[in-house]
Design a protein around this ligand. Sequence first.
Ligand SMILES: Nc1ncnc2c1ncn2[C@@H]1O[C@H](COP(=O)(O)OP(=O)(O)OP(=O)(O)O)[C@@H](O)[C@H]1O
Length: 258
Amino acid sequence: MAKRIDLKDVDIYYGAFHAVQSVNLTVAPRSVTAFIGPSGCGKSTVLRTLNRMHEEIPGARVDGQILLDGENIYDRSADAVAVRRTIGMVFQMPNPFPTMSIRDNVVAGLRLQGVKDKKKLDEVAEASLRGANLWNEVKDRLDKPGGGISGGQQQRLCIARAIAVQPDVLLMDEPCSALDPISTLAIEDLIADLKKEYTIVIVTHNMQQAARVSDQTGFFNLEATGKPGHLVEIDDTEKIFSNPTEQATEDYISGRFG
Ligand SMILES: Nc1ncnc2c1ncn2[C@@H]1O[C@H](COP(=O)(O)OP(=O)(O)OP(=O)(O)O)[C@@H](O)[C@H]1O
């Protein structure tokens, strides 16, 4: 299920604005890659190109190749909706459908795909909630609204919803930034579990979090406001945080700027 991602000479634009320049990187299946870097350097922009969400913004475009197991997701023959189905995304703010029940939240994607069999939907709901480490906390209130649980639980509900459709890749854009430290640790534990089955890319402002959860870390930077962001280096997380190749990475992780 988990798939490899390759970015080859990727440039990203918002209209005339060149937001990110020449990104080359590879994400191995069943691994966690963290993107770190100062605000505005393009981390979220790169993440959103990985499931073609970027092109939803009027005037936005991507040059270069983004390959999922060797297939270019921007190929003319590739279907954007199918791409988004295989590449799930979890956002900064937990966004369950607030009035929809917990169970229905989890299987919303499957219903959209036309699955109607109640037994099948219930099975997937349970498996996904177990996978998101939330089952024990909500199993007695599956018919209660998704908006009626804590923020940390809502974020795990969103992860359950993302994995219910069995994606190949999970993208997470600062998934813990709205959460307390306990919920953050719960999500981090969950990420460690999920990487056994999924390819995960996470944007985080929290360098300790990148060090804790990821196998590989990419440091993005930008020369100056208005200039495109770029990938300074990407390497094993341990190396990035102990002995990075580039001085700019060293300065950033040691808190000398950013
Ligand atoms: N919808 C948009 N339209 C135009 N420009 C955008 C849009 N979204 C982001 N940008 C610009 O693209 C650049 C990269 O933004 P992006 O949000 O990817 O950075 P980031 O590294 O994720 O920042 P942060 O850490 O603050 O979330 C910034 O200059 C930003 O202003």
